[in-house]
Design a protein around this ligand. Structure first.
Ligand code: NAD
Length: 251
């Protein structure tokens, strides 16, 4: 008997070319899955596909564009004709005080983090059957009050609620929906927050001090958490949020 936890499964990971998504793609491949990864940057997508080997199929798709999600659904239908695991992970974070938030900043985060997540699930759902597992990547920012994250946190709080609502809506179809909420994790997102190099170094120091474990997480630690929710190991877990944050939001 295979000891791989996703043997023979087909998994889609949005934003699988970087950070948590990439680490999860790697973990899923090791666990026997065939994995479709999406992202916006063709170069990092190809690099990720090359690194991960032939169990991975990379597709350029901007999650904020409905036509790209349609193209993703069509490509998955044509090549695999089903999805067992969907990790809705693509996301962006800009940490900006409320006075400086523009409509553009607001729309970018809402369109990617919320609208993208919503329509990814809606459009990929017809490919999922009884036994399917959907995992949404939220954030502890959607749980606690973190200054300068008003838009980001609102999108993540919405995603947390979406997971619970869809859990209730899809339970009769045998599809489980759960949430992973990471705390600070060492990924390229930290370099994209909009901080200068000095501000970023200060931010990282401050965060490390605040985390009870006195460190940030590694993407592989979140990937293991996602694996639990994606696999049958969590067969009785539904509408739940698994927080992986070194204790930051809990202690
Ligand atoms: P990252 O910047 O390394 O990865 C983000 C991923 O999202 C990339 O693969 C990128 O291609 C993809 N993406 C962004 N915009 C997209 C778009 N329009 N269309 C398709 N793909 C798009 O950062 P990460 O830390 O790995 O972030 C992954 C998820 O984890 C995000 O949803 C983020 O909010 C969440 N998260 C991260 C942290 C952290 O500290 N790193 C903490 C909590 C939650």
């Amino acid at each position: 008997m295979s000891t791989q936890k996703l043997a023979g499964k087909v998994a889609v990971i949005t934003g699988g070319n970087s950070g948590i998504g990439l680490a999860t793609a790697q973990e899923f491949v090791q666990q026997g899955a065939r994995v479709i990864i999406t992202g916006r940057d063709p170069e990092t997508l190809q690099e990720a596909a090359r690194q991960l080997g032939e169990a991975v199929f990379a597709l350029r798709a901007d999650t904020s564009r409905l036509e790209d999600i349609d193209a993703l659904a069509a490509a998955v239908r044509e090549r695999f004709n089903r999805i067992d695991v969907l990790f809705v992970n693509a996301g962006v974070g800009k940490f900006v005080p409320i006075d400086a938030v523009t409509e553009e900043i607001f729309d970018e985060m809402v369109n990617i983090n919320l609208k993208g997540a919503y329509f990814t699930i809606q459009k990929l759902l017809p490919l999922m059957e009884h036994g399917g597992s959907i995992v949404l990547n939220a954030s502890i920012a959607g749980l606690i009050g973190m200054p300068n994250t008003s838009v980001y946190s609102a999108t993540k709080a919405a995603v947390r609620n979406l997971a619970r609502t869809l859990s209730a809506e899809l339970v009769e179809r045998g599809i489980r929906v759960n949430i992973v909420s990471p705390g600070p994790v060492d990924t390229p997102i930290l370099d994209r927050l909009g901080f200068s190099a000095v501000q970023l170094a200060e931010f990282k120091d401050e965060i490390r001090q605040k985390v009870p474990m006195k460190r940030v997480g590694a993407p592989q630690e979140i990937a293991k958490t996602v694996l639990f929710l994606a696999s049958d190991d969590s067969s009785f877990v539904l509408g739940a949020e698994l927080v992986a944050d070194g204790g930051l939001s809990q202690l």
